[in-house]
Design a binder for this molecule. Structure first.
Ligand code: DON
Length: 304
């Protein structure tokens, strides 16, 4: 039996001793206001035991972590038809690059880069009756937590400066891979990225990916095959042009966000969320990656 609490305490202490390298994301102006000294880790095991250290109950902007959740809801809505509009290959490019989109006729490499997540947002805008409200209910149900909400200030802030996402959406539209209006799809996308959650709520939400598609209340949301696909995408594409490095150092499927959060998981075993806002050059939390590398080294638990 692993003593997860002792491991988290050790990791927290050791990682805090390392230089706090990297920068807080500032291309979304509202995110620049967050202190780079925040650092929390939360772990939820398959038996639903919880282990915590540091700033793990403070909420932050989950940003790209939300792409896993929007993909999950899109798969619930149209299942395999998703793959007619987005591919499942790692891009090897930064999260907001557009070059491959033009080379590959408007089919994004995968649903976790921005262009792919915008296609997924388009699917949800078409499929859901009240897209923003329905997506939020889905997250609240998964986490069993009605207090989860969007951060309107962050959504607005990204809308003002999200020129690259407007470019991506327009490019998708020009290739016929966006059904709805660019404005409507991006309004949904900026809201999904603005979800304001803490590490505990992230673990509660992601529990279904370690529990074969069943949430903490034992309700089935996705089948085992769908879970296999989503976990595979997190492993191969969850960290953009650093997916290889994350697999190499940590060895778990996971997803990062420019708010400084990372969620990683070992199916049938545990789910862990870290938060530290200073990002490395690839846009992933530097301390979060270091903490997760320590975790899988200390516990000797990884998918490999
Ligand atoms: O679209 C964007 O640029 C942001 N809303 C999300 C990017 C992000 O979190 C990339 N992850 N590391």
């Amino acid at each position: 039996m692993q003593d997860f609490q002792q491991h988290l305490d050790t990791i927290h202490r050791d990682v805090l001793k390392l230089p706090n390298t990297g920068n807080v994301a500032s291309y979304i102006p509202e995110l620049a206001a967050v202190s780079n000294s925040k650092f929390g880790i939360h772990l939820l095991d398959i038996q639903k035991n919880k282990y915590a250290v540091g700033d793990c109950t403070e909420r932050f902007s989950i940003q790209s972590i939300s792409k896993v959740l929007s993909l999950s809801l899109a798969m619930r809505c149209i299942n395999e038809a998703v793959w007619k509009r987005v591919d499942v290959e790692p891009s090897g490019d930064p999260f907001n690059h557009l070059s491959l989109l033009e080379l590959e006729d408007g089919i994004p490499r995968n649903p976790l880069i921005n262009a792919g997540a915008i296609v997924i947002a388009d699917i949800l805008v078409s499929e859901l009756e009240n897209p923003k409200a329905d997506f939020l209910s889905f997250i609240r149900d998964l986490a069993n937590d009605p207090s989860i909400s969007y951060d309107e200030k962050v959504a607005k802030s990204e809308r003002k400066t999200g020129f690259k996402n407007f470019a991506a959406a327009n490019l998708l539209k020009s290739y016929g891979n966006l059904t709805n209006d660019v404005e409507d799809v991006l309004d949904f996308y900026f809201h999904q990225c603005s979800l304001h959650m803490n590490c505990v709520q992230l673990c509660d939400t992601f529990y279904l990916f370690i529990n074969r598609g069943k949430c903490k209340r034992n309700k089935t949301y996705l089948n085992i095959n769908q879970i296999k696909r989503i976990n595979a995408l997190m492993l191969t594409c969850g960290f953009y042009d650093e997916a290889g490095e994350f697999a190499f150092e940590v060895g778990l499927p996971g997803k990062s966000g420019v708010g400084g959060g990372i969620v990683a998981l070992l199916p049938n075993n545990f789910c862990v969320a870290t938060w530290s806002p200073a990002l490395n050059k690839k846009g992933n939390s530097a301390r979060g990656m270091a903490a997760l590398e320590h975790l899988t080294t200390l516990t000797e638990l990884s998918i490999f």
